[in-house]
Design a protein around this ligand. Structure first.
Ligand SMILES: NC(=O)c1ccc[n+]([C@@H]2O[C@H](COP(=O)([O-])OP(=O)(O)OC[C@H]3O[C@@H](n4cnc5c(N)ncnc54)[C@H](OP(=O)(O)O)[C@@H]3O)[C@@H](O)[C@H]2O)c1
Length: 339
């Protein structure tokens, strides 16, 4: 056998060994959702609600939280119609005391917590010039400290039980900063670091932490996102991008992948998307990636419009959005309690 052939055979055997070992490890860690006590922040609409529906159908006991009571009540009613036991408790994850009260209620009623899914998040879109310190603080407090607050309240219960799972929904935007979303990018980068660090430390307690980095998902969220500067143009490009098949993915498929990753106790996961290739490109060609992103920034709307004032997506409509180009996003908004 030639040296090259021997090398290829050894490499193939090594790869097969890795695949088999990985499958065995994942199978050993896997659990089923029946009667699992699951906390979902941001469970009132969008991805959190899509995840909650899938868990309700698999027999989990579910506690959802968000700030808007009306949305929570609607979500809880739908989940109960699916047969789930549901706690719906309004809470702002930025406030540690409110989080403590929420988690107390859940542990009293469910007698423990098995899984925490940190889904709550906000996004503010506009040029850097339009962003205030408050935008950065609010993004950090919600997207990063919010997840930390809930994890800190839940962890003593998981440690006492000797088992637990935590999923932090970060973003591809937490691996590569996209222009016109700086507070979001900063907070999601911070969350990725926090979440990966937690995984390393908590494994010894039999608590597996998964960091999910989805790219664009059609959750219907643009209507409730915040836009600044030329807000109608910002909303137009953002919501059209959010609606394009190929660029954005179906939220139900993303939720399934996230829940499977949690069941397998995986670490950092990228939800399948063609946009994931941009991370590989960034790692290979970091400077070129920066140049391309600078080019993208140069064609996005300039400062102007409402300046540093904030407007929700549904207050930023134009002839471009809603339009035929945003049909899929509009349909997702209706499905996922965004209106
Ligand atoms: N959609 C995407 O394309 C995409 C891509 C990558 C990552 N993600 C991430 O996935 C997660 C879900 O996104 P989504 O599109 O489903 O967003 P969404 O539809 O806007 O839902 C956000 C949820 O978080 C809740 N929330 C926001 N601030 C909160 C706070 N301070 N305290 C408690 N709850 C709060 C919202 O309810 P209230 O406003 O009533 O509080 C809502 O339930 C976010 O973390 C987002 O960053 C989304």
């Amino acid at each position: 056998m030639s040296t090259l052939r021997k090398f290829a055979t050894a490499a193939a055997a090594g790869y097969a060994g890795i695949v088999v070992t990985r499958a065995i490890v994942r199978r050993k860690r896997t659990f089923d959702w029946q009667n699992k006590r699951v906390v979902i922040t941001g469970g009132s609409r969008g991805l959190g609600l899509v995840i909650a529906r899938q868990l309700a159908d698999q027999g989990a006991r579910i506690a959802i939280t968000a700030r808007t009571e009306e949305d929570l009540c609607a979500a809880a009613a739908e989940l109960r119609r699916r047969g789930a036991e549901v706690i719906a408790h309004p809470c702002d994850v930025r406030d540690r005391e409110q989080v403590a009260t929420f988690i107390d209620r859940v542990t009293n009623q469910f007698d423990g917590i098995d899984v925490l899914l940190n889904v709550a998040g906000i996004i503010t879109v506009g040029p850097f010039e339009s962003m205030t310190m408050e935008d950065f603080q609010s993004a950090m407090q919600t997207n990063c400290w919010g997840a930390l607050h809930v994890a800190m309240e839940v962890l003593p219960h998981m440690r006492a039980a000797g088992w637990g799972r935590i999923v932090n929904i970060a973003s591809l935007g937490g691996k590569r900063a996209v222009p016109h979303m700086l507070p979001y990018a900063a907070s999601k980068f911070a969350l990725v670091g926090l979440s990966n660090g937690m995984r390393a430390e908590l494994k010894a307690d039999n608590i597996f932490v998964t960091t999910a980095c989805p790219s664009l998902m059609r959750t219907g969220s643009p209507r409730n996102a915040i836009f600044k500067g030329q807000h109608r143009d910002e909303y137009a490009w953002f919501s059209i991008g959010d609606s394009l098949p190929g660029l954005s993915m179906n939220a139900e498929a993303a939720a399934e992948q996230i829940l499977t990753a949690c069941q397998h106790g995986r670490g950092e996961v990228f939800i399948r998307s063609p946009l994931n290739v941009t991370i590989a490109l960034q790692n290979l060609f970091p400077e070129l990636t920066q140049e391309i992103l600078a080019l993208a920034a140069s064609v996005l709307p300039k400062m102007g419009g409402i300046g540093r004032t904030a407007a929700k997506g549904h207050q930023s409509q134009s002839e471009w959005s809603p339009s035929v180009l945003t049909t899929l996003t509009e349909q997702a908004a209706i499905r996922n309690n965004q209106i």
